[in-house]
Design a protein around this ligand. Structure first.
Ligand SMILES: Nc1nc2c(ncn2[C@@H]2O[C@H](COP(=O)(O)OP(=O)(O)O)[C@@H](O)[C@H]2O)c(=O)[nH]1
Ligand SMILES: [Mg+2]
Length: 307
């Protein structure tokens, strides 16, 4: 817990500094919460990418607590905002450590090209391995030549088994064969890495739908998780990406990557409020250990509290 707070504090440093500075300058020395101050707080929150809905509702929350803020200043405002954000994050759904597990527990990883799918697959494999589980990685991104090689390196690094098909081959059959192998070998976790780009977006979504269907055919209930990988720097576009993938393959959770060094960490809040999809994992760098299981309380604190 402590380690993840420290890492998130550093990853979300830019976002947090921007929000805190915005609050300080809006409230000023007088700590007066007039309309100007509220407007400036609203702008600060929108700039941090928490989404317009969240920004407006937080401003209303502050407005209805004017007395508290006049006496408690920035700290009181921070406290109100952090509690509210934590609740929004919690309401989005089950956290990853609360998920029921099948064997094999099948995880399908989807998302736009370059968001960090393969990296997240590798880091997640390492996380599962550290929890003492056996892991198999399946390279269902058969579109890009380098994709298979990249995933096989992650398999080696994390101590996972690795299954791939022919380059340019049928990604759904790779997924099907991998699941058959995982069942035969009694593997605990199967993670299926997919392509983020095909000839057209329609092709991509059709391919992902097919992979999902084929997994469910091989093992009723699979995939048990469909993780959408989102680059935190995408900003509000992340919401339309999430809607698109959710409509096609029904996302169970989000892996929010590249939180190291972004000033837009609030996007986790926008996703939770507007789509009600829980964030399950956060990526905090390119290394194998640069991943944390998402915790609403820790995240809310790192996003806005000074310590
Ligand atoms: N800084 C940072 N870079 C990341 C993170 N996750 C992935 N990347 C980098 O993003 C780039 C694309 O990642 P990749 O996993 O290949 O994306 P994919 O196309 O979705 O599979 C690579 O250079 C990764 O090292 C992260 O959490 N933080
Ligand atoms: Mg990839």
């Amino acid at each position: 817990m402590r380690r993840s707070l420290t890492r998130l504090l550093s990853g979300l440093g830019k976002t947090r500094t921007a929000i805190l500075e915005g609050l300080r300058s809006a409230l000023g020395n007088s700590q007066a919460l007039d309309e100007n101050a509220l407007e400036s707080i609203e702008e600060t929150l929108i700039a941090a990418d928490v989404g317009v809905e969240t920004a407006l509702s937080l401003v209303e929350l502050l407005r209805s607590n004017t007395a508290k803020i006049s006496s408690g200043g920035v700290d009181a405002a921070v406290d109100l905002i952090a509690r509210d954000i934590e609740q929004v994050l919690r309401q989005a759904g089950t956290m990853r450590n609360g998920l029921e597990r099948a064997r094999p527990h099948v995880i399908m990883v989807v998302g736009v090209n370059g968001t960090g799918k393969t990296t997240t697959t590798g880091k997640l494999a390492a996380l599962e391995r550290r929890a003492g589980r056996s892991v198999m990685l399946a390279a269902a991104d058969t579109f890009r030549a380098a994709a298979r090689e990249q995933l096989s390196i992650w398999a080696e690094r994390s101590g996972s088994q690795f299954i791939a098909g022919e380059e340019g081959g049928d990604s759904a059959s790779v997924a099907f064969d991998a699941l058959s192998a995982a069942i035969a070998r009694d593997t605990d976790v199967l993670i299926v890495d997919t392509a983020g780009r095909l000839h057209t977006q329609k092709n991509l979504l059709e391919e992902l739908t097919k992979i999902r269907r084929v997994l469910g055919k091989r093992m009723p209930g699979a995939p048990h998780e469909v993780l959408l990988v989102i680059d935190a720097n995408t900003g509000q576009n992340a919401l339309s990406q999430a809607r698109l993938f959710h409509d096609a393959v029904e996302i169970s959770g989000i892996a929010l990557t590249k939180l190291d060094g972004t000033a837009r960490g609030g996007i986790a809040v926008a996703i939770a409020r507007e789509l009600a999809i829980p964030v399950h994992l956060v990526g905090l760098g390119e290394g194998i250990d640069d991943i944390e299981v998402f915790d609403p309380g820790i995240f809310a604190s790192a996003l806005i509290r000074a310590n």
